[in-house]
Design a protein around this ligand. Structure first.
Ligand SMILES: C[S@@+](CC[C@H](N)C(=O)[O-])C[C@H]1O[C@@H](n2cnc3c(N)ncnc32)[C@H](O)[C@@H]1O
Length: 260
């Protein structure tokens, strides 16, 4: 499986994309729903560049603990730099399916845009439940690829590009089955929410302005897509913007649950 790579370049690109106002607003929603409290022990699975981990650490304070886990050394370097002044943050290199923590270690856990990359989601959820104390809270956010509305003139080419882009994930349509998987893993689902990323214009700092280049870099070689297809697709999107016809909307699905 040729998933997106979070090496030095991939990690820095993700860091830039996740600084966009669209993703800042998403993190605000996540933080408000997770509501970490002073003194709590919180785990961020797949903590990436560490933006959310930093906010969690500030919320739990020095009497609490904020742990981030990620298999990418490049991501962990960015997160370490971001949280250097918060000594109650700890970062570990590891996999969602083999969490390096004892049973009942955390009061709450969060994972945003991560389980869609993990081949064995039931194994990852079983691990999450093991490390949460009984009654512990969890928040998971992922994207469903079918929720994307993106205006292009050549819809057949657009469909091929998106089918090729699906290959960057293990599960491009995870949200629709996540509540059932959570229940099977021993969680009580307490909330379902949608957070849309809406770009009615192509502005340089919008989420889709960066995402379209990440997609165009990835898709050649998948599902018969060529570099020329990817370039023509980008040109089509730019032309929509020039004509005042740009439109992009993608849904993030957010689930809250408690360990039973
Ligand atoms: C799209 S980024 C999201 C980062 C962060 N959660 C956020 O929302 O800012 C996906 C992250 O998942 C991590 N990841 C991929 N596979 C993983 C796995 N099997 N276990 C844990 N993390 C994983 C990647 O290294 C990357 O940092």
């Amino acid at each position: 499986m040729a998933m997106l790579r979070f090496d030095d370049e991939g990690a820095k690109l993700t860091e830039r994309l996740y600084a966009s106002p669209d993703v800042v607003a998403q993190r605000d929603t996540v933080l408000a729903r997770l509501a970490p409290r002073p003194g709590e022990r919180v785990l961020d699975v797949g903590s990436g560049p560490g933006y959310l981990l930093e906010s969690i650490a500030r919320a739990v304070g020095a009497s609490g603990a904020a742990h981030g886990l990620d298999p990418s050394g490049a991501m962990n370097e960015l997160a370490t730099a971001r949280t250097r002044e918060l000594p109650w943050v700890r970062l570990d290199e590891g996999e969602a399916t083999a969490l390096p923590y004892p049973n009942d270690a955390f009061d709450a856990a969060v994972s945003t845009q991560v389980y869609e990359y993990v081949p064995d989601v039931p194994a990852a959820l079983a691990e999450l439940r093991r490390v949460l104390r009984p009654g512990g809270r969890v928040l998971i956010l992922d994207t469903d690829a079918d929720s994307l509305v993106w205006h292009t003139a050549d819809r057949a080419r657009h469909r091929r590009i998106l089918e090729a882009w699906d290959k960057h994930l293990a599960h491009p349509r995870l949200p629709r089955i996540l509540p059932a998987l959570l229940r099977r893993a021993g969680f009580r689902v307490t909330g379902h929410h949608v957070h849309p990323i809406l770009n009615p214009e192509l502005t340089p700092d919008s989420f889709s302005a960066t995402q379209m280049h990440i997609i165009a870099d990835f898709v050649p070689g998948h599902r018969g897509v060529t570099e020329a297809d990817a370039e023509a697709w980008l040109a089509d999107l730019r032309e929509r913007a020039d004509r005042g016809e740009y439109f992009y909307c993608l849904n993030r699905y957010l689930f809250t649950a408690e360990s039973e």
